[in-house]
Design a protein around this ligand. Structure first.
Ligand code: ADP
Length: 363
């Protein structure tokens, strides 16, 4: 197990800067997720940690010691890829023992280690089979056993669940988390799936275009996103954004205006983007006038899209309370603490500024 530090770390291929001067510290035993859209630099970061790619700038440290020049095989890093990459002609036992082949340990000891990790990932009954005789979920467990048999300093998981069906993904999320806790191994998960990141990781690193947008808990990213990018990447259905102009103590968009609360002293005339999550909007006696445009049942909740003077707004209601149909007029309100205001130009959140829904009942 190790603490990991990335200092000003970069990787470029000619013109393409895949990872752009990132700084990150991961504590010993932590489960960290790197989350972001395709092409944002997640895998490149992971490959640099594994020693597969050499950084073009900056430093990687394991327990304080620079490892940039340390070969992949000498870093003691376990990796699980999206494709499990098991050897088809070997048995499960041989696959799991494979990383020990250069170690000077007795065969009996290697076998007993393999047996123990196989039990941990619950494939102890399958050791004599070949990968072709296993389900996708079982193959994934074998790949995990192979990654942890050497008791790695660092466990890297590259989209490990994306080849599994939805039900199995759910089980394996819990399983991976249990195994990681039992081993106490520092773990980095790369994923584009926000649910995977938020349910499994202690902290999440949200990346965009080779840079780190925000590092924090799932709650930090959800409730206190630092940028419009993070706000829109986390949360489903996505957050509502309304482009508005700040005019002193109010926000305007066309004829509609919202009162600002706890206005800070900063630029009092500026273009801002108001963000309110669909689950934080609700129908009320007063608020923003809205006409229901579409109604979409989503299991336990119903998603409405409404036409409003602020543009289209999505809001959610529990299925049991859902009472609106297409064409209905209603008012939408929100708790000002759940409004998030961003600078329209930089996309950064403006601290200490929230908005209040109108309290009028007439259009
Ligand atoms: P992610 O894992 O987030 O999808 P990657 O780290 O794979 O993103 O890629 C980041 C960027 O680097 C992308 O623009 C990608 O096209 C580029 N890239 C990745 N690998 C290479 C490579 N071997 N050669 C050139 N460009 C690459």
């Amino acid at each position: 197990m190790a603490s990991i530090e990335l200092k000003d770390l970069s990787k470029a291929w000619n013109q393409v800067v895949a990872v752009d001067a990132i700084d990150l510290a991961i504590t010993d035993g932590e489960f960290l997720a790197i989350l972001g859209p395709s092409g944002c630099g997640k895998s490149t970061t992971l490959f640099m940690l594994a020693g597969i790619y050499v950084p073009t700038g900056g430093e990687i440290r394991f327990d304080g010691a620079r490892v940039n020049e340390v070969e992949a095989r000498d870093r003691n890093v376990g990796i699980v890829f999206q494709s499990y990459a098991l050897y088809p002609n070997m048995t499960v036992m041989q696959n799991i023992m494979f990383p020990l082949r250069f170690k000077t340990i007795a065969k009996a000891e290697a076998e007993s280690k393999a047996q123990a990790v196989a039990e941990l990932v619950q494939v102890g009954e399958l050791l004599a089979r070949r990968p072709g005789q296993l389900s996708g979920g079982q193959q994934q467990r074998v790949a995990l056993a192979r990654a942890i048999i050497k008791e790695p300093n660092l466990l890297l998981l590259d989209e490990p669940l994306s080849n599994l069906d939805a039900t199995l993904r759910l089980t394996m999320r819990t399983e991976l988390r249990r195994i990681q806790r039992e081993l106490g191994v520092t773990t980095i998960l790369v994923t584009h799936d926000q649910i995977e990141a938020t349910t499994m990781a202690d902290r999440i690193v949200c990346m965009n275009k080779g840079r780190i947008e925000q590092v924090g808990s799932a709650d930090d990213l959800y409730a206190r996103p630092r940028s419009t990018f993070v706000a829109s990447f986390i949360g489903s259905p996505p957050i509502n954004f309304v482009d508005m102009t700040r005019d002193g103590d109010s926000l305007r968009s066309g004829e509609e205006s919202l009162e600002l609360v706890s206005a800070n002293g900063a630029d009092s005339r500026a273009s801002v983007r108001l963000g309110v999550r669909p689950e934080n909007l609700r129908a009320a006696a007063s608020g923003i006038p809205a006409i229901v445009h579409s109604v979409e049942p989503m299991g336990r909740e119903v998603l409405y899209v409404c036409d409003t003077p602020l543009g289209p707004l999505r809001f959610l209601e529990p299925f049991a309370d859902a009472a609106h149909g297409v064409g209905d007029s209603l008012r939408l309100t929100f708790d000002s603490r759940q409004s998030i205001i961003f600078d329209a130009e930089s996309g950064n959140r403006i601290d200490g500024l929230t908005a209040r829904a109108p309290t009028t009942t007439t259009a």
